[in-house]
Design a protein around this ligand. Structure first.
Ligand code: 5GP
Length: 222
């Protein structure tokens, strides 16, 4: 690769939009946290929600907490990439941060549920969709019970929701089985690294090398 070609390739490189969904209790939050700690190419999108903050959740870190009116105004202005209703509240992905970071070449992570994931796919056909799961239903159940923070009723609701979500796994690009956390983080990072080699993310490089090939032949003809 010539110097000029390589520089152009780097300058125009867009990041990958990564959508991470998964069963409650699959450990997707921990996987995302580790990815961000271990590598510097990621930016995590902070969603907006109308649900109340849980103890310890900081505004602007866990979520941007908002009222229904504020949320609806942003929808009307086209400021959300996607949004969904979940348990009586809005959840949505603010557009500006995602587009800015992708343009800077960052790999942007959205940790969202399945309906939102499908909406992102329609708008960003090159997004990479990952579904994170525990290695078995028994392990998932054990993890939910082991937290000790949920009632039996809530655990059953989450297990029923997992039944529904399991029907949608085929619409994802990759399934990531979170058995060993470190292995799981490595796998996700590997998938993202490979995604950078797709022609769709190297359009400027392709244009440059096409031109360079023609230029060399033209030079020889003279
Ligand atoms: P929680 O209230 O437990 O924080 O989140 C509930 C669900 O909403 C989770 O499945 C989470 O992935 C999803 N979620 C969080 N942010 C967004 C978002 O911006 N858009 C969509 N569609 N789902 C989201």
């Amino acid at each position: 690769m010539t110097g000029s070609g390589k520089e152009k390739y780097m300058a125009d490189k867009q990041g990958t939009l990564i959508v991470i969904s998964g069963f409650s209790g699959a450990g997707k939050g921990t996987v995302v946290k580790k990815l961000i700690e271990q590598y510097d190419n990621y930016a995590l999108s902070v969603s907006m929600t109308t649900r109340a903050p849980r103890p310890g959740e900081v505004d602007g870190v866990a979520y941007h907490f908002s009222t229904d009116e504020e949320f609806e105004k942003i929808i009307a202005e086209g400021g959300m990439i996607e949004y969904a209703g979940y348990c009586g509240h809005y959840y949505g992905t603010p557009r500006a941060f995602v587009e800015e970071k992708l343009a800077e070449g960052k790999d942007v992570i959205l940790e969202i549920e399945i309906q939102g994931a499908q909406k992102v796919r329609r708008q960003f056909p090159n997004a990479v969709l990952l579904f994170v799961t525990a290695p078995s239903a028994a392990v998932l159940h054990q993890r939910l019970t082991g937290r000790g923070t949920e009632t039996e009723d809530v655990i059953r609701k989450r297990m029923w929701r997992a039944v529904d979500e399991s029907e949608g796994i085929d619409s994802y690009d990759y399934i990531v089985i979170n058995d060993d956390l470190e292995e799981c983080v490595k796998l996700v990072h590997g998938i993202v690294t490979v995604s950078h080699a797709r022609p769709s993310q190297n359009q400027e490089f392709i244009k440059t090398i096409r031109q360079e090939l023609k230029d060399i032949l033209k030079g020889e003809e003279q």
